[in-house]
Design a protein around this ligand. Structure first.
Ligand code: BES
Ligand code: ZN
Ligand code: ZN
Length: 502
């Protein structure tokens, strides 16, 4: 999909098979800014859609074929009350445009951006939202189809804005961000058999090859040398060796402490000896979604040459049941020296992250953010629409929440605290990888991780069902959640640093 940009008013006319006439409740189509571009007979045709025929209610849609043929058609799309218009609705609106065009086999559409911007938002921000979401919506995962479905592809979208030159940068930014979000979806969608820890390492290496990133993947021997007993313990049940991915991007000042992103890279989570039930097992190749998001976010940040030092770490293992696998009751010695008592081999994510977080500390980072599909409890708590946020530092938590809202990749806070820390005290080991009670599982996972970050400001994002695209107007499979969150967070961090130094 490519974009053209028309400056309004009238300098260049939008070009398209169909105009998108997005209307808030009570607005009539012939008052839409695009109607100035329509022929008198098309305008007359639109007049039939007075307030009663098309009310502009949320999700109301109509398709009009013009007799005059220029442009051939228009989609009337209801946006609901203007006062209810949010970033979230805006994102879903752009995604729906792709589905609408596809439904009528339209290969080009035009959207008038100022009229779907948020209150006071410059066109550049609307362009970013539009282009990112249109690209995300176009994505299909088809490498295993003998004949990929290329039909009914939306080829061009014309974005009509007030001032063309003001939005060029935003469009380029959106392209990079969407490319890496979709790249993350490719990684997460790949079946477990084709995305083992070593294959994930070589894919990641490919992704960053042309970027200003130093990349290393520690193999099993190197992981042993690092004394990462937790990663090695989880990996033991699989015939696939673990890897530990390290990506270093230094776009900031040499002396600036880096930001470290850590992502859970369980390439398939069977549960291990505590084998998972059949339901949902098939989706467990996506248990590396956090790791994939970290790889792709660091790549996006580096490609854009953002002025920030960023390290990405991904412990990658496969969690399998076997005679050599780690057992419930086993004690693993983590890199930090703390021993981990295994209450359940299915709580493997926090175990491998323990070593990765400890490794992160040797960078003396200014802050750490980890992303992980850590608990079913986060899925139960938040469902499809938010990821769970835990933060040891209020400012960091608030920033992540704001960045997530802006990016359309939102997080919602859940608690940490000493009551939860008591839940993961070990009986014969230092820490237990499960809580003493059934309830509050997402916080148990988070507070377990906190034992390994010492005093460094740290936040943990438990990726819930947002990893899958259900309810998000995207093709079935992985959503790429986390990439836009981390990229927006990096942007906001840079902005707040420069505001403080100004
Ligand atoms: N990867 C799972 C969590 C998960 C399940 C994420 C379903 C998304 C969808 C994780 O490794 C896990 O199995 N966690 C256990 C922990 C429990 C044994 C303490 C869980 O949440 O059931
Ligand atoms: Zn598990
Ligand atoms: Zn898992």
């Amino acid at each position: 999909m490519s974009f053209t940009i028309s400056s309004l008013p009238e300098k260049t006319k939008p070009r398209a098979d169909a105009f998108i006439l997005a209307l808030f409740s009570g607005e009539t189509p012939e008052r839409h800014p695009f109607s100035a571009q329509l022929s008198p007979s098309s305008k007359r045709q639109l007049r039939r859609y007075s307030k009663t025929a098309f009310t502009g209610a949320k999700d109301e849609v109509d398709f009009v074929v013009f007799a005059s043929g220029t442009p051939p058609a228009a989609f009337l799309v209801g946006l609901g009350k203007r006062s209810d218009w949010t970033r979230r609705r805006q994102h879903l609106f752009f995604r729906r445009v792709v589905a609408l065009a596809r439904s009528q086999k339209m290969t080009s559409v035009a959207v008038h951006l100022p009229s779907v911007g948020l209150d006071g938002e410059p066109d550049a921000d609307t362009v970013r939202a539009a282009a990112e979401n249109l690209w995300l919506a176009e994505y299909r995962y088809q490498p295993y189809k003998r004949k990929p479905d290329e039909r009914r592809k939306l080829a061009t979208v014309d974005l009509a804005v007030q001032n063309e030159s003001a939005v060029r940068t935003a469009l380029a930014t959106a392209k990079t961000v969407a490319k890496y979000a979709n790249c993350c979806r490719d990684l997460a969608n790949t079946p477990g058999g084709d995305m083992t820890p070593s294959l994930l390492a070589s894919k990641a290496k490919e992704i960053v090859a042309k970027l200003p990133i130093t990349f290393r993947a520690l193999d099993k021997r190197a992981i042993e040398k690092e004394c990462m007993g937790a990663i090695l313990g989880v990996a033991r049940g699989s015939s696939e060796d673990p890897r530990f991915l390290i990506m270093e991007y230094r776009g900031g000042k040499r002396t600036d402490a880096p930001v470290v992103f850590v992502g859970k890279g369980v390439t398939f989570d069977s549960g291990g000896i505590n084998l998972k039930p059949a339901e949902g097992l098939k989706e467990m190749h996506m248990d590396m979604s956090g790791g994939a998001a970290v790889v792709c976010a660091v790549a996006a940040i580096a490609e854009r040459k953002l002025p920030l030092n960023v390290i990405g770490l991904v412990p990658a293992v496969e969690n399998m049941p076997s005679g050599s696998g780690y057992r419930p009751g086993d004690i693993l010695k983590s890199r930090s020296g703390q021993t981990i008592e295994i209450g359940n081999t299915d709580a493997e994510g926090r175990v491998i992250l323990a070593d990765a977080l400890d490794y992160a500390l040797h960078y003396k980072p200014r802050l750490i953010v980890d992303l992980a599909t850590l608990t079913g409890a986060a899925v139960v708590a938040l469902g499809f629409h938010y990821n769970a946020l835990f933060a040891s530092d209020d400012r960091l938590g608030r920033m992540l929440q704001a960045s997530g809202d802006r990016a359309g990749d939102p997080v919602w806070p859940l608690p940490l605290g000493e009551e939860y820390a008591a839940e993961v005290k070990g009986t014969i080991g230092d820490v237990s990888n499960v809580g003493k009670h059934r309830y509050g599982g997402a916080s148990h996972g988070a507070v377990f991780l906190q034992q390994f970050v010492k005093k460094t400001p740290w936040a943990h994002v438990d990726l819930a069902m947002m990893t899958s695209t259900d309810g998000q107007h995207l093709a079935p499979g992985a959503s790429g959640t986390g990439v836009r969150l981390l990229v927006a967070f990096a942007e906001d961090l840079i902005r707040s640093d420069s505001a403080r130094h100004a």
